[in-house]
Design a protein around this ligand. Structure first.
Ligand code: CU
Length: 185
């Protein structure tokens, strides 16, 4: 036990200090992870989109889905505000023999019971087609996610810088939209 900690006179003071430290830690954690949404047993973590350069017609958007329940579900469709994009498609990027491939997933993404699925750069992602305006860092926009069983939940996407959410290591490694018809970033 550190001398600093021992300087507290009694257990109550120590406990108060520990709680304060915990609160600060939780606050920091919450800031890094920003925001989330809940729909039944599904927890949607930090929906975000990468900022786009002027004139870009497509953008990428991401979030995580945690299924805390015992029934599998499926993300079947996503919509975003009409003044943001014409439509949002569910895509998967994969690398086969060193060649990056992008494909639309017409059946969406399966969410296993008790499992977590991440839409993140380099893998599953949303492709915002027919962008109506550049996505500016710091802005946010509304969307809805529809699941086969759980139904529809309204979410808010935050627009992050090119490197992705702060503290998200490796996010800048592979931008699935680098070769996706976007003018070079
Ligand atoms: Cu894509």
């Amino acid at each position: 036990m550190s001398a600093f900690f021992n300087s507290f006179r009694d257990t109550t003071q120590r406990l108060a200090f520990a709680l304060l430290a915990l609160a600060l830690l939780l606050f920091a954690f919450d800031t890094a992870h920003a925001h989330g949404f809940k729909l039944g047993a599904l927890e949607i973590g930090h929906p975000w989109a990468r900022m786009t350069p002027p004139g870009a017609k497509v953008g990428g958007a991401y979030f995580s889905i945690e299924n805390t329940g015992t029934t599998p579900d499926r993300l079947v469709s996503v919509a975003v505000a009409a003044d943001i994009a014409g439509r949002a498609e569910i895509h998967e990027m994969s690398v086969t023999d060193g060649v990056m491939k992008m494909q639309m997933l017409p059946d969406g993404i399966a969410i296993p019971a008790g499992g977590t699925v991440a839409l993140a750069p380099g893998g599953y992602h949303l492709m915002l087609q027919d962008l109506k305006q550049p996505l500016k860092e710091g802005a946010s926009f509304k969307g809805t996610l529809t699941f086969e069983k759980a139904g529809t939940v309204a979410v808010e996407f935050k627009v992050e810088g090119m490197a992705g959410p702060k503290g998200a290591a490796g996010m800048q490694a592979a931008d699935p939209h680098a070769g996706h018809g976007t003018p070079s970033n």
